[in-house]
Design a protein around this ligand. Sequence first.
Ligand code: XMP
Length: 529
Amino acid sequence: MRGDRKPARGRGAEGVRDRLRGGIGVLDFGGQYAHLICRRVRSLGVYAELLPHDISAVELESRGVAGVILSGGPASAYSKGAPTADPRIFDGAVPVLGICYGYQLLVTAKGGEVRKASRREYGRSTIRILERKGLFEGLHESKLECWMSHTDSPVVLPPSLKPVASSVNSPFAAARSADGRVIGVQFHPEVTHTEEGQAMIANFVLRTCNAAKNWDLGGFVKRTEASLSSLHGRVLCAVSGGVDSSVTAALLHRAVGGRLKCAFIDTGLLRAGEAGNVKEFLGRGLGIDVSFLDASDAFLRALKGVTDSETKRRIVGRKFADVFEEFARRNGPFEWLAQGTLYPDVIESGRSGGPAAVIKTHHNVGGLPDDLSMKVVEPVSDLYKDEVREVGRLLGLPERVLRRHPFPGPGLAVRVIGEVTEDKLRVARESSTIVEDVVDGAGLHDEVWQAFAFVGDDKVTGVLGDERRLGYQVTVKVVQSTDAMTADWARLDPRVLDSISTRITNEVEGVVGVAYSISSKPPATIEPQ
Ligand code: XMP
């Protein structure tokens, strides 16, 4: 259990060091698909964790990993200062699979050569498998479409590796050591566009590494409950109506019962109807003690005149902590503050020690002051979103709560461009409700990652009857994604778009224009700020 410092940030509630025993360590070289590798391994029932790329071989050994996967990354293995790994890892004492950059690193470390490819391979590419064993055992085809994303490739293999797959542009699309314990691939088996990619990962994890199949969410619930029940003192849990905080509260309720107090703070930045939802499914449904607090004026005052998005995030985070401390003082004492922080939040905020950039300050991780008087416990901070939903199902939360789209911690403050005003908040909130409603009504709720609207200060000209008048232009954003690391705009049927636009301009006072965002991530992020 973490949580012995103040504020202690409890990454989950299980025994931290032992969790990886028999599992897979994924060394993070900053590649966009590093999380995906972990998720693919976990979906095999094997625990996987993202680790800093410079972790020592001794540390990995002491944590008892059954195998190591080296992720992709943006650097070039031959550049000065490129991130590398402890060279002893490449010896194959535990099996190693290098993916893309990870493979190129293996090649250079073992005496081979990597160079900028004469033709950049990006997107789909066909590989030809030269032997159907090891990574490729039991695959149906010997020619596979694979996803490539690199500008470098091995041009000379070290003596210890032999090629086991080729592509049009490279004779060394995959290679392995004589005993098959060190393997490298130029393509990304973790990406769904790679045919039979999951079978390759299963071959490595289950056959080559013989990893322990002990990661199941029922077990997670039991272990987490047991370890949370040893928390001393009362626990205060912030609930917002979203999936993560609801599951966190439900887990804690099972573990500490009446010692849990939930607080719903109306920041004025939430989606419509949240207080009522929380009353219904956490209060009446699960019998959890929830207090409701309207702090919307205080948040609005704190945000007055602020236009910079990172500043807004920090202000919301700070205010949140302040309001909680005040609540805790009046209703306390509380020893613990519980948060529904997820695993990707921990990584994206740079707390993992990996090279992932701090892209945005996620308020539930970055914004807490160091002098917080409560220790922080984050029971689901080792889980991905889909895993949290599954845990929620096991805990009996209603499906309509679990199906909800993600909503950012700083709420509508980042969906209002420029200064946050009551009027713009109303426009963003009401328009978003319509977008969600129409998308749901068209049966598309589960097909998309998020569906919402945002608004800025720009006014456009409209006509109402014979009268010209200036009004807000709302931007609608509907994106598809598997993990929020990348996202694409949803190709909605024009009739759905038409219905969204008509309803917004008819029903939301002051809006005369509706635009649809057709940017993917990257280069855009999902939230507009
Ligand atoms: P971006 O905008 O970075 O968002 O592409 C990726 C996913 O994270 C959500 N998001 C947040 N979640 N606190 C959160 O808890 C935040 O500050 C925050 N910012 C973005 C976003 O809604 C998307 O699902």
